[in-house]
Write a protein that binds this ligand. Structure first.
Ligand SMILES: C[S@@+](CC[C@H](N)C(=O)[O-])C[C@H]1O[C@@H](n2cnc3c(N)ncnc32)[C@H](O)[C@@H]1O
Length: 367
């Protein structure tokens, strides 16, 4: 008898009659819960050759019944059972497919013994990150702001951990649906540590799914979040370009210690435009510049603005959009006083954080 988990599972189920998989799993489970001496010969024969304990079968192997088809395929292709079980906990099929992609990309005849070194570990790490991102998204769905749109800080608040220097390493963001491009929580935490006083106030004008506010609140930060297309209950519908000309409830001049402008990356922004010119960086700079200029008034004098971007590397071309956004900050009268590159370990993501300081008194150095 093969000891491959899927083959063993199928052999056990074959000892039961009927087409309903769940009913056959219940049948096997009932048998295994009884005394060994009461097991039918067919079940005993399967297990005698398998060399696994019945506790393992009950707790682990029979959970294959809950596996999605792609996870069963991955198991068949040699993904270790414990890793497959973890991947199966990712609820979004598109994210699961992304996590399993490096395995699926291997030639079909690659056997378990030939899986590239480190592949299972990488898939497991990506699955852990994806599950945690899904958990945070479902928690965010329950966060509500006050009537003025401000989200209170958690009480008690944790102390945010700094990241040293100007190059920050973080774990990649696997669970994020494509197009949303959220910042990794660890990067948000380090920004809070560097730029916000305890009890400080943050305004995020391109909040999307609200990652930044939901992370910052854990560290004692109050926040107001807006977006032209809000994707969380506490994010208000607002256009950053006109935020201060017609301020929504809760927003007023100097209400924030930190303004975050995290616009769509140039690649996403360009896809959303009808005209398909290759180089529209000047238009991108003007559009993001309008978001900065339109919302800058929320920042107290001498406090900070962070603009988040990512250079674009397409086949045969690179656009250093970050430098254009540094110009946009300058055009708005903001001095760029810091520049941090946050890189996902493994190199799959990089975020370029321009830190500007508004004119006037107060505000510490960004470090
Ligand atoms: C990169 S995403 C921000 C991701 C967000 N930080 C998060 O963690 O989910 C960019 C966001 O900018 C928003 N956006 C684009 N133009 C905008 C505008 N004029 N005013 C406000 N939000 C805008 C998009 O709707 C999108 O949600």
């Amino acid at each position: 008898m093969s000891r491959k988990p899927l083959a063993l599972y199928q052999a056990l189920l074959a000892t039961q009659s009927g087409d309903d998989e769940a009913a056959r799993v219940r049948g096997v489970r009932r048998i295994l819960q009884g005394e060994r001496s009461t097991w039918p010969d067919a079940v005993r024969t399967v297990l005698d050759g398998a060399g696994v304990g019945d506790g393992y079968l009950l707790r682990g192997l029979l959970s294959i019944a809950t596996f999605a088809t792609d996870v069963r395929d991955a198991l068949e292709r040699g993904l270790p059972f414990v890793v497959a079980r973890r991947v199966n906990r990712i609820a979004d099929p598109a994210v699961r497919a992304e996590v399993l992609a490096p395995l699926v990309a291997l030639p079909a005849e690659t056997g378990a013994a030939l899986l590239p070194r480190g592949l299972s570990r990488r898939i497991e790490a990506d699955a852990v990150a994806a599950i945690s991102a899904e958990r945070s998204a479902s928690m965010r769905a329950h966060i509500t702001a006050g009537p003025d749109g401000w989200l209170d800080a958690d009480d008690p608040a944790a102390s945010p951990r700094r990241l040293p220097g100007h190059v920050w390493l973080f774990s990649p963001n696997r669970g994020a649906p494509r197009g949303e491009e959220p910042l990794a929580p660890r990067v948000v935490e380090a920004l809070v540590a560097r730029l916000l006083p305890r009890g400080g106030a943050l305004v995020d004008v391109t909040a999307g799914t609200g990652t930044i506010a939901s992370v910052a609140r854990r560290f004692g930060v109050r926040s107001w979040s807006g977006d032209i297309a809000p994707a969380a209950p506490f994010v208000r519908r607002a256009d950053a370009r006109t935020l201060m000309t017609s301020p929504p409830r809760g927003v007023s001049a100097g209400c924030a210690d930190l303004l975050v402008v995290h616009p769509p990356t140039y690649a996403v922004w360009r896809r959303s435009r009808s005209s398909a010119h290759d180089d529209q960086l000047d238009l991108y700079r003007d559009d993001v510049g309008a978001m900065i200029a339109g919302s800058l008034g929320v920042v107290r004098p001498g406090r900070h603005v962070v603009v988040v971007s990512r250079p674009v590397r397409a086949t045969g071309a690179v656009w250093l959009s970050t430098s254009h956004l540094a110009e946009a900050l300058g055009d708005a009268g903001v001095r760029v006083v810091g520049y941090v590159v946050a890189v996902a370990s493994g190199g799959s993501e990089d975020w370029h954080l321009l830190i500007g300081r508004t004119q006037g008194a107060g505000g510490g150095a960004p470090g």
